[in-house]
Structures are given as C-alpha cells and as structure tokens.
Design a protein around this ligand. Structure first.
Ligand code: ARG
Length: 402
C-alpha cells in the first residue's frame, strides 16, 4: 500500500506547495487537514478545493472553533496565561488542537507520517512535533520547509511551474497567524525593532488614538469561566467573539514585544488580542475579590509556569496537566460580575460584585461600623517583625550586615 502523509494545511503558499513537494520527495499520498480555530479569512470549502487542486488525495476541514474555545482558550483564561507577562499565547494554544486533528486524521486514513510547514527557527515546529510525540509516538514527522530545502523562492517557482492555484502576488509582507484568541504579526519592516508598527499591521483592533465614545460591559463569571455579557448568557465561544469585536473597536489588546523563543533567539512580534486581554483583565480582578490570599499568590507563580510550558510546546505534558487541575480548583469560587470600561486601547475595571466575595465591607471600612479590631494589630506586628528584629540586633552587635 502506498504510504500516506497527513499534512497540516493552511491554504497558504507554503503548505499548498508542500503537498506536491512531499509527494515528489516521498512517493506518498498526501492528505491535507485544515483546522478552523476561528482564523476567519477564506471559507473552508475554498481551502479544501485548493488542497485538492494542489494534488492532495483527500482534503479535510474541521470546524474546531468550539473545541478550541472550550478546551484551549478557556483554560488559558482560567490561568490568566501571559507569556513574559504579556503575550496571551495565541499561536501556542492553537498548535495542540491542530495536532489532535492531524493525529485523528492519520488514524482514520492509516497514515504513518505527519507533516507541517514550519521553519526551523520558530516555536511552532516544537509545538507540532512534541505534541505529536505525546499523542502518537509511533508516527514519523516530516517538515519540508525546514528539512528538505523548500525555501520561499523555490516554493514560488514550484507553484508557477505546476500552475498551482495560488495568487503569489496577493501575499502579505508579514507572516501572520491568527485565531479566536488573537493575532500575531511578524517579519518585514518589523524586524527592525526600532520601527514602530504602522496601522496596516492591525486587523483585529481599531486605532486606539482615534477619539470615540467608551464602551462599558459587564462580564459574568461562573467558576472562573465567563458565561455572560451584560447579563445575556452566552457560550464561551460567543463571549470571546463578542469581546473581540467590542474591545477591538476600542483598540484594546495591542502588544508590541520582543520575546524569547524556545530555540534561543529573541524575536519581535506584534500582537492584538482584544477579547483575550479584556477577559483576562476582568478574570484577574474577580480573582482578587474571591480567591484567598495565599492561593492567589501561589496561583500567580503556577500561572506563569503554565504559560511557559504551553509556549514551550508542552501542552500535553504531565506538569501542564497537573497544573490544569490546580488552576481549575483555584477557580471554584471565582463567581460574580466585573464591569469593564473599554476605551482608548485599555480595558479598565470599574466595578466588581460577587456572592462569594472575600471583600468584607465591615472589615475594610474606615467609616463607622468598622468591625476590625485594631488592638489585635499591635501584637501581630510585634511578632511578625520578631525574626528580623532579632537578626538586626545580632548584626548590630557584630557590626556587620549579614
Ligand atoms: N511568536 C508567537 C509564538 O511563538 C507567534 C508565532 C507565529 N507568528 C507569526 N506571525 N506567524 O507563539
């Protein structure tokens, strides 16, 4: 039987050329798998038809929007996952769901090889291959762009020679990856890290410097999951979609950063993640109100680790799975509502309320009705500072600062 290869297909130049390229190099039949993670753009039937026109023996398109939202973006929000304190892991979250679909297709079609179109310089090759290794350690992976000399120029020449239905002239000067959780843009003039991004870089967000009236939104949460906007109950996918639109219209969620890639290089990426940033802002604040102090402190550390694991391609790793359980447990009391004002590129919390609030007005107030017994504070402070006072006395005696 002819060997079969399942290729992660985007519909773009590289993966379109990869179909014929892989067939030539390996003699295998190529099955293209495209996964809809909310990237918008071309419809999936067009993409499917292109894969077949480029020589795929089969082309499958999967609508994974709900699966991506529920299974990937939702845990990221629960963790407030921000790599290097800023990047909400847009691309890093989508790779494991694509891997799931590739592996399932490989099983269905009896394919022993999986293929991706990543270069050898990025994080995504790691995410694909480590993910595949975790789900299907028996299959082999090939990467034509990285391993068999499929450069940009060769890809264009190949497409022209074979008359592949790809409009090379319409190609953007940028490398773009986008999905429900946000959008990442790199290359071109952005590689000079002193160059400011121009407006044409952005597609999910309007220019935040344009004057416009503010938008106010109330986000309702149950166990850390946003379940309503302005009191209207919505599936999580719709919450994110609507927040992308509303926060995006106010220019919320633009990021311009130099980041540490797993392969060791620093790279400049411009992101826009209006829904993700607005929702994380609201979620963090509701945690401030409902999560006990020590749990909250530890969760911040755990969340940072979670984000690094996911960024580093370890979605399917044991530590990530164990941290998921912790994050879910830590979200049990994160119920209530947060009011956000979306304006001029910022999502600002202006109110919070919760049946499970740990904020106690009677303890916090400086007005009459104060229930906090200040006489207890004197002894508490005395004992809290005792270790450092003892050490300071010792150091004074020795005339040193140990
Ligand atoms: N640097 C981001 C990450 O590693 C995005 C990668 C894809 N970016 C792109 N513009 N194609 O998660």
């Amino acid at each position: 039987m002819t060997e079969r290869v399942v290729l992660a297909y985007s519909g773009g130049l590289d993966t379109s050329v990869a179909i014929g390229w892989i067939a030539d190099q390996t003699g295998a039949e190529v099955i293209a798998v495209a996964v809809d993670v909310g990237q918008g753009g071309e419809d999936l039937d067009t993409i499917r038809a292109r894969a077949l026109a480029c020589g795929a023996v089969e082309a499958e398109v999967a609508d994974a929007r709900t699966e991506f939202a529920e299974g990937y973006c939702r845990p990221a929000l629960a963790a407030n996952a921000l790599y290097m304190d800023r990047y909400p892991l847009v691309s890093a979250l989508s790779r494991p769901v694509i891997v799931e679909h590739m592996v399932a297709a490989a099983r269905r079609h009896g394919a022993g090889i999986l293929a991706h179109g990543c270069t050898g310089k990025g994080n995504d090759q790691v995410r694909f291959e480590v993910g595949i290794g975790a789900l299907a350690p028996d299959v082999r992976v090939i990467a034509p762009v990285r391993d068999s000399g499929m450069t940009r120029d060769k890809a264009i020449a190949f497409a022209e020679e074979r008359g592949l239905p790809i409009d090379v002239s319409r190609r953007s000067p940028y490398s773009i990856d986008q999905n429900l959780w946000g959008r990442a843009v790199e290359t071109g003039f952005l590689e000079d890290i002193w160059n400011a991004p121009t407006e044409d870089v952005y597609a999910y967000t309007a220019d935040p410097s344009v004057p416009r009236p503010a938008d106010e939104v109330v986000v309702g949460f149950e166990a850390g999951v946003p379940v309503s906007l302005d009191g209207v109950r919505l599936p999580f996918l719709d919450v994110v979609t609507q927040m992308n639109r509303r926060a995006g219209a106010q220019g919320v969620g633009r990021l311009d950063m130099v980041e540490d890639r797993l392969v060791g290089i620093k790279s400049r990426e411009v992101y826009e993640a209006p829904g993700a940033i607005a929702l994380i802002t609201a979620h963090q604040e509701l945690e401030n109100v409902t999560v006990e102090r020590d749990l909250a402190r530890f969760k911040r550390t755990a969340s940072q680790r979670w984000a690094e694991l996911v960024y580093d391609g370890l979605w399917f790793s044991p530590l990530k799975r164990a941290l998921d359980a912790f994050v879910e447990q830590a979200n049990q009391a994160v119920n209530g509502e947060v009011r956000l004002v979306l304006h001029a590129g910022r999502a600002v919390v202006t109110g919070r309320r919760s049946e499970d609030s740990l904020y106690d007005y009677d303890l916090a107030t400086y007005d009459t009705g104060d229930q906090f017994d200040q006489s207890l504070a004197k002894g508490f402070v005395e004992l809290w500072g005792l270790p450092s006072r003892i050490a300071a006395r010792r150091d004074q005696r020795r005339g040193t600062n140990a």
